[in-house]
Design a protein around this ligand. Structure first.
Ligand SMILES: [Zn+2]
Length: 208
């Protein structure tokens, strides 16, 4: 199957048509890293870039989006999807949004509105929660996106591509913001849809 790479996309100009790109996958699958890579390329092309994340996600930094591998890009923390529109500056050509699953369903309308204004919108996020259920608004964003990239981690139990975020602490609730202390990557076979004991031998390696 032919997969379109970012290199194939035309340079964005203010008068051009906008579009939506979604980068979806489990924890530790490199979503933020891929988002940061695309944002950096846009900046090399001298495009005006704005990056947003939800205020709830202050794991590594309040003013940056940060990947598990420590790549970072400056960002603005917002309370809601509507605040993204309110903070949009004139001339912005590319909008990056990290951890889309922390936003409410208004993000769907906001993404459409940004694209309608001719902006390239790139949204990264978790597509499933710790129970393996589709994590709104990511399913809706996947439906309206022009381009979708699904990223995979490596299952810490068996080494197969991992599509699930296994919670490894006994915390209930859909949103439990954490990283290697709370989740590990698992494949379909090794994933259990509730909190499970951590895989012992990967405690030091559970990054990336
Ligand atoms: Zn596995």
């Amino acid at each position: 199957m032919y997969e379109m790479s970012t290199q194939d996309w035309p340079l964005q100009h203010q008068s051009a048509t906008g579009w939506i790109e979604v980068i979806a996958g489990s924890m530790f699958s490199g979503k933020s890293e891929e988002l940061i890579r695309r944002l950096r390329r846009a900046k090399i092309a001298r495009q005006k870039v704005q990056v947003f994340k939800h205020r709830i996600d202050a794991r590594y930094s309040t003013e940056h989006i940060v990947s598990h591998s420590e790549m970072r890009h400056e960002s603005v923390a917002v309370e809601s999807a509507a605040e993204i529109l309110a903070r949009l500056e004139p001339g912005t050509e590319v909008v990056g949004i990290d951890e889309g699953q922390f936003f409410d369903n208004d993000l769907v309308d906001v993404a459409n509105e940004l694209a309608r204004r001719g902006i390239r919108v790139i949204i990264a996020g978790l597509d499933q929660d710790y129970m393996g259920r589709p994590f709104e608004p990511m399913p809706q964003l996947l439906a309206i996106a022009e381009y979708i990239t699904k990223t995979h981690a490596i299952c810490v139990r068996c080494g197969q591509p991992a599509n699930y975020s296994q919670r490894i602490v006994p915390v209930e609730g859909r949103v439990a913001v954490g990283a290697a202390d709370m989740y590990e990557a698992r494949c379909r076979r090794c994933f259990v849809p509730h909190a499970d004991t951590p895989t012992p031998h990967v405690v030091e390696e559970r990054v990336g």
